[in-house]
Design a protein around this ligand. Structure first.
Ligand SMILES: *[C@@H]1O[C@H](CO)[C@@H](O)[C@H](O)[C@H]1NC(C)=O
Ligand SMILES: *[C@@H]1O[C@H](CO)[C@@H](O)[C@H](O)[C@H]1NC(C)=O
Ligand SMILES: *[C@@H]1O[C@H](CO)[C@@H](O)[C@H](O)[C@H]1NC(C)=O
Ligand SMILES: *[C@@H]1O[C@H](CO)[C@@H](O)[C@H](O)[C@H]1NC(C)=O
Ligand SMILES: *[C@@H]1O[C@H](CO)[C@@H](O)[C@H](O)[C@H]1NC(C)=O
Ligand SMILES: *[C@@H]1O[C@H](CO)[C@@H](O)[C@H](O)[C@H]1NC(C)=O
Length: 454
């Protein structure tokens, strides 16, 4: 959270102590409206714990019967008023008033789905923009047989009726007219930090009065992420990673293709936290593949983000590589070429834009394994980052893969990590001192989380 809400932070931290006793037992029970409004009552005993929160694009401010949730990226603020209590008279007209807790929502963007599933309110989604793109297998099952409608793409009258039947729309309706009456903008994809992206669970939770659940999930995820990061931090020689993309000539780039090194902040963070280093180059955009490849001679691991071309032969062709280059580039010689399409829907939806955004620790596990095949464990199976150099196959999600239900919390895909420092097989110089320090740090983290839970 933005740090200058220090007063708020104090309130949130004190509130943490009392939430355990009041934690809800069933997700939608928080829906009861207030019948005898009393201005002196704090209707939001559950408050966001901002202590370790890495989100930079939203804040939540608490008042007795309403909260102000601000999306700092879209610049829109929402006044969330507890059902059965009056909206604040002095709310300025730039804030959009929504009644909470919500029980019927629309997911206009795929990214909303995993956050709501982690909270256990996947079944509050009653309207969906394009269900075929959602890769969550249990959401697919819910879509096939549950109480949910697909947004009409063509009939505006019907669309207006569908939207009138829900309370908020998370994300932007892909069709016009854009309805500001119920829309709620989301910006998790723009967060610069891997954990910051996952923090958006609290933004969603605020609409359900489920901050206590979000705090608990976030803390577990942060602690697990930090233990994994610590365990991966001691490699004496950090493998070099490049995230690249071939942007083929098209109407969108004046028919001028380019080869790009991706440098998004969360990718830099993810790479470093997995014990590797980002390739260091002078520029990010190259006119020819030869120019790009010349900058990649010391790259151990390549992650190809090219939209089209899922297999190794496509990759070789897109980047102008031939068999003769196999020994020239370490990422080819070592068979370390990955794509983000490990889990997909049959109609082409990438889970990469869904579950791993909300599950930071699970994403870090994948990246740790890309860097070190024996970590976080030698039996580890990556979810999203697929090695095309070893011809790993895409795992498609269908209703048959469903192992939870949309009316109960979806489990985080990460495994709780409690081990010691990882060692890289070809990193024989990893020193004992590093391992000891790492273990001590892991112990400190465990003690800290023990105190937190106590
Ligand atoms: C909000 O209030 C300001 C100042 O009172 C006014 O200028 C503006 O037009 C109002 N905006 C809307 C959308 O009503
Ligand atoms: C559009 O939806 C409305 C409301 O459901 C319906 O009455 C109308 O027949 C639909 N129009 C078309 C062209 O399907
Ligand atoms: C938004 O709400 C206002 C006031 O209730 C209403 O007049 C307007 O038609 C609504 N807009 C849409 C797009 O539903
Ligand atoms: C395409 O070319 C036109 C005319 O030179 C230019 O204005 C435009 O910015 C270019 N677009 C891109 C995406 O390069
Ligand atoms: C990548 O971003 C970092 C800052 O985050 C910057 O120092 C570096 O120059 C960038 N590299 C490229 C190739 O753009
Ligand atoms: C779903 O189950 C099928 C059949 O067991 C399997 O082949 C596929 O990889 C699974 N998909 C995922 C995403 O795990």
């Amino acid at each position: 959270m933005v740090a200058n809400f220090s007063g708020l932070l104090a309130i949130a931290t004190i509130a943490i102590a009392s939430v355990a006793a009041q934690a809800p037992t069933s997700n939608l029970l928080n829906g009861a409206c207030v019948t005898n409004y009393d201005a002196s009552v704090d209707y939001f005993p559950q408050k966001l714990n901002t202590a370790e929160d890495k989100a930079t694009f939203f804040t939540i401010e608490y008042h007795n019967n309403y909260k102000t949730v601000i999306n700092h990226r879209s610049g829109v603020s929402y006044t969330l008023v507890q059902c059965g209590t009056p909206a604040p008279a002095n709310a300025d007209n730039s804030t959009r008033v929504r009644e909470i807790p919500v029980t019927k929502v629309a997911a206009m963007e795929t990214t909303a789905v995993p956050y709501l599933e982690l909270l256990g309110v996947g079944n509050s989604i009653k309207l969906i923009a394009d269900g075929s793109l959602i890769s969550s297998s249990c959401f697919q099952k819910y879509l096939a047989s549950g109480d949910i409608t697909q947004l009409s793409a063509t009939n505006e009258t019907l669309q207006a009726q569908q939207i009138a039947a829900i309370q908020v729309q998370f994300g932007t309706n892909p069709y016009e007219p854009y309805d500001t009456n119920s829309s709620v903008s989301t910006s998790s994809a723009y967060e610069p930090d891997v954990l910051g992206r996952a923090s958006w669970i609290s933004y969603y939770a605020a609409f359900y009065n489920m901050e206590a659940t979000a705090n608990e999930l976030s803390q577990k995820m942060i602690d697990n992420y930090n233990r994994l990061k610590t365990a991966a931090s001691g490699y004496s020689k950090k493998p070099v990673v490049a995230w690249t993309e071939y942007d083929a000539p098209s109407q969108y780039n004046n028919n001028t293709g380019s080869y790009n090194l991706k440098n998004d902040s969360f990718k830099v963070g993810l790479t470093n936290d997995a014990g590797a280093a980002m390739v260091n180059t002078e520029k990010a955009t190259y006119k020819t593949s030869a120019e790009l490849l010349a900058a990649l001679t010391n790259v151990d691991i390549l992650i190809d983000e090219t939209y089209i071309g899922p297999e190794m032969k496509d990759f070789m062709k897109n980047y102008g590589l031939s068999e003769a280059d196999q020994s020239k580039y370490k990422f080819l010689a070592n068979k370390k070429v990955f794509r983000e399409d490990g889990i997909m829907t049959e109609s082409g939806g990438y889970d990469w834009f869904e579950a791993p955004v909300a599950m930071a620790d699970a994403l870090l596990e994948d990246m740790i394994n890309v860097v070190n095949k024996d970590a976080p464990s030698s039996q580890f199976n990556r979810n999203w980052l697929r090695n095309i150099a070893t011809a790993e196959s895409i795992k498609y999600t269908t209703v048959n893969n469903c192992t939870w239900t949309e009316n109960a919390p979806r489990p985080d895909m990460a495994t709780e990590f409690n081990g010691g420092a990882f060692t890289l097989a070809d990193d024989s110089s990893s020193s004992a001192a590093t391992i000891t320090r790492t273990n001590i740090m892991a112990i400190v983290v465990s003690i800290a989380s023990f105190i937190y839970l106590a």
